[in-house]
Every structure is written in structure tokens, then in C-alpha cells.
Ligand binder design. Sequence first.
Ligand SMILES: CC(C)(COP(=O)(O)OP(=O)(O)OC[C@H]1O[C@@H](n2cnc3c(N)ncnc32)[C@H](O)[C@@H]1OP(=O)(O)O)[C@@H](O)C(=O)NCCC(=O)NCCS
Length: 169
Amino acid sequence: MPDGVSIRSMSASDLGWAHVLNEANVPAVGTETSDEFAHLLDVASVALVAECEGAPAGFCIVMSAGADYGSVNYLWFSARFDEFLYLDRVAIDERHRRRGVGRALYAEVERLGLVVRPDATEFCLEVNIEPRNDASLDFHSALGFREVGQQSTPYGTRVSLMSRSLLAG
Ligand SMILES: CC(C)(COP(=O)(O)OP(=O)(O)OC[C@H]1O[C@@H](n2cnc3c(N)ncnc32)[C@H](O)[C@@H]1OP(=O)(O)O)[C@@H](O)C(=O)NCCC(=O)NCCS
């Protein structure tokens, strides 16, 4: 864990600032109403907050198989994998990027995700290629994610669907 960084569970009391951070990062992440954003937390199997020096600096929200979630990208993975972790979104406040916060969040997603869903075989997510999100593509490449498909979405984006194996070895 980087110095000064800690990770904890996300709760309903985090929804306000996290929604503001979400909207500040559109189109890298999808825009949501407050109610839609709250629904993401309701259906998540893992939702985490990263704090830097004790203040919230980022969050991520993860669903697993069988969630009440209609995102076309979630449905793409649902059609291909029986058991998986799907990282719906991650955003780190720009003042705290490139100090290992994202990497630390993903390590905790994988650890906790396998506690909640021990049979999960894949860690899945998508990254925009239209409009192109080079920082996220570089981040996910550095963390070992590889493209397993592409699709255009009803939200006007085209995405690279990526995954990383959760199987040991
Ligand atoms: C993508 C994002 C989550 C990365 O978070 P982060 O905390 O800055 O990432 P880390 O510091 O853990 O980076 C880990 C590694 O990823 C790579 N990386 C991260 N950001 C990068 C960038 N902007 N350019 C190139 N490589 C990058 C590097 O290899 C980095 O290791 P290094 O700093 O030792 O070189 C963050 O930039 C973000 O929130 N972006 C806006 C929202 C967004 O795009 N979300 C993803 C939607 S798919």
C-alpha cells in the first residue's frame, strides 16, 4: 500500500462526493443520476473507497454474476462467463493519480472479490476506445488486463472489453 493511502468499504454516506467525482470523469465513466448511482452500490458485490491522508480520493464499484444490472457491457460478460467480477467503474481524484492508488484498489477488489465469489474466474471491465481513454488503457495494460472483445454502446462510445484471469498460477 502506498504511504498515506488506505482502503475501506464504500457506504451510502459516500454517495454524495463519489457521485460528484463520477460526473467530473464523464465520459471516461458513464454519467448517472443520483438514483442510478445509488443503485450501483445496491447491486455491487464489492465497493471500495481509497483515502489519501484520511480524505476520500477515489472509489470503485464491482458487480458479480447475477446482479440486477442492465449495462450492455455487464451483459456482454454475463453472456460469456458463469462466474466473474465486473468492475463497473473506477475514478481517482486527479490530484491523487500516479501514486499507486488505482493499483492498490484493484488488489483489494481481487482479494475481497474472491472472498465474496470464490468461484470467479475472470476480472472484467471495459475501457473507452471512442473517445479514446489512453490513461486507462495504459493503466489496465500495466495491470495485466487484455482485450477480449469490442463493442459499440447505446451511450455513443466504443469500448474495449478487457479481462484478467483470477485463476491461480
Ligand atoms: C485510470 C486511473 C483509475 C488510474 O489510477 P491511478 O491511481 O492514477 O493509477 P496508478 O498510480 O495505480 O498506476 C499504476 C500504473 O498504471 C499505469 N498508468 C496509470 N496512469 C497512467 C497514465 N496516465 N499514463 C500512462 N500510464 C499510466 C502506470 O504503469 C502506473 O504505474 P507507474 O505510475 O509506476 O508508472 C485514473 O487515471 C483515473 O481515475 N482516471 C479517470 C477515470 C477513468 O478513466 N477511469 C477508468 C475508466 S475505464
